[in-house]
Design a protein around this ligand. Structure first.
Ligand SMILES: Cc1cc2nc3c(=O)[nH]c(=O)nc-3n(C[C@H](O)[C@H](O)[C@H](O)COP(=O)(O)OP(=O)(O)OC[C@H]3O[C@@H](n4cnc5c(N)ncnc54)[C@H](O)[C@@H]3O)c2cc1C
Length: 410
């Protein structure tokens, strides 16, 4: 049975970075991957373009995660500027989009994967594909026996980087949770984060396909605001999605009774209530013979205008000059906070990331080593940390991978 000083399990961004760091320090490193290629999930990130990281400062980063404080030590060792340098100093060009988002200049996640694969070869990481790990046993005080479909392997140190449980077709099926539990860890129940919100109303399907570049969103439980976001939204067959909704869904992940929550949409967040009042009064007096619906269609898509007029109780054919002050006020309120009843979140399979995973309190945040099973390290989404959209999740995977790989043999 072959013995390796370091075995990394999972070739997502976390496992790749961990293997590169360990091998870069001259340690013989084996990388085991169940698929036949590295980083299957990486290939679909950012719509196939891979939003690698974000150029914001450390406090913004920490605030963008569930359990963000756990990442401080890893970010001290390897942060966004280090990730950018890692790519650019090796000849891989990056670009900034929307002021903060970092993408490959080629706009191709496949190019990122090819670059990482070349790095693995250069650092002489032994990479074994189609090798799902089935079991890990601690043998004696400082060795692990790893069971794979291709036979057993002995490891002195293991870095477990098997990812979360979302998009299981990519290979991230949550295998690492069971392995971690068997080795004594507690695992917070995996739940969907960053995913679309399912709506109760059937009529919302009338809005399917509409996307708004900038809307304001509030998630309410009774009178309590659970969270708010603004940005792009898209109406879909199940409800609502888009970057602003994905980020808002993280508040719903925490909520026990999702069906008691409401989503309030502000269709024109740049106009406050009194400015909108004045704007509508002006539009209605200038176009007195047009219907309210027609006038509102100049501000929002026609299908949304139609529903707003219906919900405000304004007769469809009523002309603007006949709209009462009370009706106008009802229209303004609906423009500003249109209520939609929430049914829940899409299932974890359709979420971008997993909330939950290996308890951060059981890991040393400097080294990512287990406080329970010495010699066992963790990296990436398997840990109970998840971030907003915008490159935060890949940065967390690369940074924790770096910390684990840099410390595994100290
Ligand atoms: C559609 C989508 C778009 C996304 N876009 C972005 C984005 O643009 N920017 C961003 O920051 N984040 C994005 N994310 C999130 C990001 O992809 C993940 O957070 C990140 O890939 C996690 O990295 P990881 O290395 O921890 O795990 P993963 O990337 O999930 O990799 C884990 C690897 O382990 C392997 N594995 C699992 N079990 C075993 C086993 N038993 N034996 C051997 N191998 C195993 C898997 O096959 C997989 O290759 C996106 C996610 C999705 C689903």
């Amino acid at each position: 049975m072959k013995k390796y000083p370091v075995v990394v399990i999972g070739s997502g961004p976390a496992g790749i970075m961990a293997a590169l760091q360990a091998a870069g320090r001259g340690i013989q490193t084996l990388l085991l991957e169940k698929n036949s290629y590295i980083g299957n999930k990486l290939l679909i990130t950012g719509g196939g373009r891979c939003n690698l990281t974000n150029n914001r400062d450390l406090p913004d980063f920490i605030a963008s995660y569930h359990n963000g404080d756990f990442l401080r030590n890893a970010f001290d060792q390897f942060f966004n500027r280090d990730l950018i340098a890692f790519f650019e100093e090796n000849g891989f060009k990056l670009v900034v989009e929307q002021e903060h988002l970092i993408f490959p200049a080629s706009q191709s996640a496949q190019d990122v994967a090819n670059f990482l694969l070349a790095q693995l070869k250069e650092k002489k990481v032994e990479t074994r594909f189609q090798s799902p790990v089935l079991d890990i046993q601690k043998t004696g005080s400082c060795l692990f026996e790893i069971t794979t479909v291709t036979g057993p392997i002995i490891a002195e140190k293991i870095i477990l980087a098997t990812g979360g449980k979302s998009y299981p077709q990519t290979g991230s099926t949550g295998d690492g949770y069971g392995l971690a539990e068997k080795l004594g860890h507690t695992v917070a129940k995996p739940r969907p984060a960053l995913c679309g919100i399912v709506l109760q109303e059937a009529w919302h399907k009338k809005w399917q396909g509409i996307s708004l570049e900038r809307a304001g969103l509030k998630l309410m439980l009774g009178n309590k605001r659970l969270g708010s976001e603004s940005g792009e939204i898209i109406f879909t067959h199940f409800g609502i999605s888009g970057p602003a909704v994905l980020n808002l869904s993280r508040f719903l992940t925490e909520t026990e009774d999702k069906r008691l929550t409401r989503l309030l949409i502000n269709f024109i967040p740049e106009l406050n209530e009194s400015t909108l009042q004045l704007r509508l009064r002006d539009e209605f007096s200038r176009h007195g013979r047009m219907t309210a619906r027609k006038i509102l269609s100049t501000l929002v898509p026609a299908r949304i205008a139609e529903q707003i007029v219906l919900c405000a109780g304004v007769p469809e054919d009523k002309t603007a000059s006949n709209i009462t002050g009370r009706e106008r006020q009802a229209l303004v309120v609906l423009f500003n906070s249109f209520p939609l009843a929430v049914d829940g979140l899409l299932p974890i399979e359709d979420a971008m990331v997993t909330r939950g995973g290996v308890n951060t309190k059981e890991l040393n945040p400097q080294t990512m080593e287990s406080r329970i099973a010495p010699g066992l390290y963790f990296a990436g989404e398997i840990i109970d940390v998840d971030g907003k959209t915008g490159g935060f999740n890949l940065q967390a995977a690369f940074s924790t991978g770096f910390a684990a790989g840099a410390h595994v043999w100290r």
